[in-house]
Design a protein around this ligand. Structure first.
Ligand code: UD1
Ligand code: UDP
Length: 370
């Protein structure tokens, strides 16, 4: 360990692994990593290990193996075990990213022990408190000492919630770092288009996994009907790498998958980036996928009633359509003709460097007491 603060990471799901990868690698380069705590919220290889391997991340120092459960039990068990480790290791700073239950657990454990807490991707709001992610974001932001906001819009939101200015740093989103670091590699190494016999620009890409979409039979059914109509209207196959949670819902509700939608396994990062990059349109309820499509210059429609990524809509990259079949077709029809020439609103791919410069003091401001 060299001079500087010790940094511990808490992570547990696919998007956290992908979006923290640039920060973890930078932290390794500066020899600042104290430990990586994996909660085990995601445990299937396709949502977890595959990303550690492909993104060249060190193995987690601690694996909590908490697994799936009710929100209270899952989050509670994580807090108990994270606290034990933090009490023993006393890192200077704990970093979490995003809005999952693992993030909330890390935030609560650190703030109770008075360990500095940094929230990567702070200040996002859907204003829909029925979404578990919204509660996790709000609580984590208000417990944090460093709020790494991706955009000026997220900074403004944090200010409006009376979070002191000196805690907020606009760094861009680490997803830009991740895309820049992997886009060329994906083009060189991924053979996914050939494997699935797909022609660039002649297919659409779908992801849908959020609780509010796929836990409701009517909504999930409407979504599939709408996307099926898009496939026939645009005469393009829609490829759907399915999250295990959505696969379980599909089976439990015994929903018909319309012709034109091809369900495939969850993809590793390079294959998924390749699929996104060459798609003519992305249809999604994912947060990270809305951002990536925007960064890659691929138009998207968001199959939700709200988004915490309004920047994608403001620049003309995305449209919010919900799950009504007619609205999905109308949105897809409008977006597919967009030229992809919008400005990426999520920064210049140096978020990881800026985050670590801030924590190590190079950019640090005086912070008033919480
Ligand atoms: C979680 C996040 C969500 C994020 C998503 C990323 C919360 C509240 N939700 O949702 O914001 O968008 O991760 O993908 O933190 N399951 C498996 N294998 C796994 C993990 C889960 O089959 O490795 C299934 C189980 O049936 C489980 C269900 O998915 O009950 C839900 O898992 P959970 O981690 O609670 O939430 P996600 O839906 O994955
Ligand atoms: N992703 C992936 N393989 C897939 C689907 C998604 O690698 O089959 C990546 C995608 O590139 C993005 C991230 O997973 O970086 C988004 O995670 P997810 O949609 O699970 O969660 P959210 O962003 O909605 O929280």
């Amino acid at each position: 360990m060299t001079e500087g603060p010790d940094i511990t990471f808490v992570l547990g799901t696919r998007p956290e692994i992908i979006k923290l990868a640039p920060v973890i690698r930078e932290c390794e380069d500066r020899s600042l990593t104290r430990s990586i705590i994996h909660t085990g919220q995601h445990y299937d290889e396709s949502l977890d290990l595959v990303f550690f391997d492909q993104l060249a991340l060190p193995e987690p120092t601690h694996h909590l193996e908490v697994g799936s459960s009710t929100h209270g039990r899952q989050t509670g068990e994580m807090i108990i075990r994270i606290e034990e480790i933090l009490r023993r290791e006393r890192p200077d700073t704990l970093l979490v990213q995003g809005d999952t239950n693992s993030v909330l657990a890390g935030a609560i454990a650190a703030s109770k022990l008075d360990i500095d807490l940094g929230h990567v991707e702070a200040g996002l709001r859907s204003d829909d408190r029925t979404m578990p992610e919204e509660t996790n974001r709000v609580l984590t932001d208000h417990a944090s000492d460093y709020l790494f906001a991706p955009t000026e819009q997220s900074r403004a939101r944090l200010r409006s919630e009376r979070i002191p200015d000196e805690r907020i740093y606009v760094t861009g989103n680490t997803i830009v770092d991740a895309v820049e670091q992997n886009r060329t590699l994906a083009a060189q190494r991924s053979a996914v288009l050939a494997e699935y016999d797909l022609v660039p620009g002649r297919y659409c890409l779908l992801t849908a996994h959020r609780a509010e979409t796929i836990d409701d039979e009517q909504r999930f059914g409407d979504l599939l009907t709408g996307v099926g109509r898009v496939a026939s209207h645009l005469e393009r196959e829609v490829v759907y790498p399915i999250h295990p949670r959505a696969a379980k819902s599909l089976e439990a509700f015994d929903l018909d998958v319309p012709d034109g939608i091809r369900i495939v396994e969850p993809q590793n990062y390079l294959d998924f980036l390749s699929l996104e990059d060459a798609a003519s349109l992305v249809l999604t309820d994912s947060g990270g996928v809305q951002e990536e499509a925007c960064i890659l210059g691929v138009p998207s429609v968001t199959l939700r009633e709200s988004t915490e990524r309004p920047e994608t809509i403001d620049v003309g990259a995305n449209r919010l359509v919900g799950t009504d079949p007619a609205a999905i077709v109308e949105g897809a029809d409008e977006m597919i003709d967009r030229d992809g020439e919008w400005t990426n609103p999520f920064g210049n791919g140096t978020a990881a460097t800026q985050i670590l410069d801030t924590i190590t003091g190079a950019e640090r401001r005086e912070v008033s007491p919480k």
